[in-house]
Design a protein. Structure first.
Length: 427
């Protein structure tokens, strides 16, 4: 199992210089290799693989006196830059052929100094101990938190460091260690049989209904909105600074720190919510949100970006797996919001502004998100998900709802025309 451990580095000036030098070398290697690939692509309609580039580089660095500085940095950082480019070119081709999900990717671009993130990856001997991490060439660097937990796992033979990626974010350097771990996955969840259906929302991050009928809500950290005014003021102030001036540089740093702070508050909130859900419930049922599609809708984009739906789903996926549970996603076209959790009738339309679900068939009145979460819960209970392996997509086999004592006047489920049509569509 691959996991990542991320630590902020407490750099001395010489560590800082080393990191900058490596990041610069990594960028240079990327640009150098990209130029080579472009050259060949123009002539022969093909480029070099990562291995080819490494070989070319090894001859060039000795032959060209202008490259004599290469030895100041670990040789890994060049090699890893070539590997990155290799992957980017591969992704570009996959995207072009329609074999890759998500947005269409363009041809890889040259990296400009000061634009984009400074980063480099190192392989080879990476160690950690106490409050330090030891990187090839850079040596021992202090970390802001203890690396003891990971060191203990490595000493016990349960983990192995594969690589270290060093990145700069808002004037601070971070190291992210990619670790292969032997994490014993429990045979069964500590609370077997527990299920929760969750609806991800804008106002409330998570609205869940569990098998005991409890409604659980997690308010979003709303970090971006809270910091938005400060951010807006800081960015307006930044725009007034003369390009190239010292003040502009300082205000850019201030802006970056604000962004970094908001991002870490957000990540913290997401981690807490997902750990709680994965710990308490064996099965978590969520809808399959088309996050990329929703982010195109401008009005929703900020709120969704803020809450990080995609991140939340990814975290739920691995955290449930670690605990012997599972994440089940309802099919993209399963109308969890439009379906009545009382009788199974499906509305043709439900505006996003309608916060309360009112059913014309059975008279059920429920909070919109609670109604959706309840539908997702029933989806798991209907047994439809047993058709799928872990983290599979669920389509309702029968839209049968048998909610015990929900609202008065609830007719038996699965009897409406809409539910039957849904069944036909699923088969
Ligand atoms: Zn109804």
């Amino acid at each position: 199992m691959k996991t990542a451990f991320r630590y902020a580095l407490d750099c001395r000036p010489r560590d800082e210089r080393g990191c900058r030098s490596h990041a610069g070398a990594s960028r240079f290697a990327w640009n150098w290799a990209l130029a080579k690939c472009k050259e060949r692509y123009a002539a022969e309609r093909k480029w070099y693989s990562g291995v080819d580039l490494h070989r070319l580089w090894n001859t060039a660095k000795k032959a060209d006196p202008a490259l004599a500085w290469w030895g100041e940095n670990s040789k890994c950082c060049y090699q890893e830059a070539f590997r990155n480019l290799d992957r980017s070119l591969g992704d570009f081709i996959k995207s072009k052929k329609g074999l890759r999900k998500g947005k269409k990717l363009g041809f890889p671009k040259f990296k400009k100094r000061g634009k984009g993130k400074d980063s480099f990856r190192l392989t080879g001997t990476v160690r950690c101990e106490g409050n330090t991490v030891t990187l090839p060439r850079l040596g021992v660097i202090a970390t802001c938190e203890s690396t003891g937990k990971l060191a203990g796992r490595i000493a016990g033979g349960r983990a192995r460091i594969l690589s270290a990626t060093v990145t700069r974010s808002a004037q601070r350097w971070f190291v992210s260690l990619t670790v292969e771990e032997d994490r014993p996955v429990p045979e069964r969840h500590a609370r077997p049989g527990t299920v929760i259906g969750i609806d991800l929302g804008i106002k409330t991050l998570v609205t869940g209904v569990d098998d005991a009928g409890r409604v659980i809500t997690v308010p979003g950290p709303r970090a971006l909105r809270a910091g938005l005014r400060r951010l807006r003021r800081a960015s307006r102030a930044h725009a007034r600074k003369r390009p190239g001036s010292g003040r502009r540089r300082r205000s850019a740093a201030r802006l970056a720190r604000l962004h970094a702070r908001i991002a870490s508050i957000r990540a913290d909130g997401l981690h807490k919510a997902t750990s709680m859900l994965a710990g308490r419930y064996q099965t978590v049922v969520a809808e399959d949100l088309n996050v990329a599609g929703m982010a195109r809708n401008r009005r929703l984009a900020r709120a969704i970006g803020d809450q990080g739906f995609g991140t939340l789903r990814r975290m739920l996926g691995y955290k449930t797996a670690w605990r012997g549970g599972r994440l089940v996603t309802a099919g993209r076209f399963y109308p969890s919001s439009k379906t009545c959790s009382g009788c199974g009738a499906v509305k043709a339309k439900l505006a996003l502004s309608e916060r309360t679900y009112t059913c014309e068939h059975c008279g059920l009145v429920a909070d919109r998100d609670v109604n959706a979460a309840r539908n997702l819960l029933f989806l798991a209970a209907s047994g439809a998900e047993s058709l799928n392996a872990r983290e599979g997509t669920v389509r309702p086999r029968t839209a049968r709802h048998a909610p015990p004592n929900l609202e008065p006047g609830t007719p038996p489920g699965g009897k409406t025309g809409t539910a039957a049509r849904q069944q036909a569509a699923a088969t």
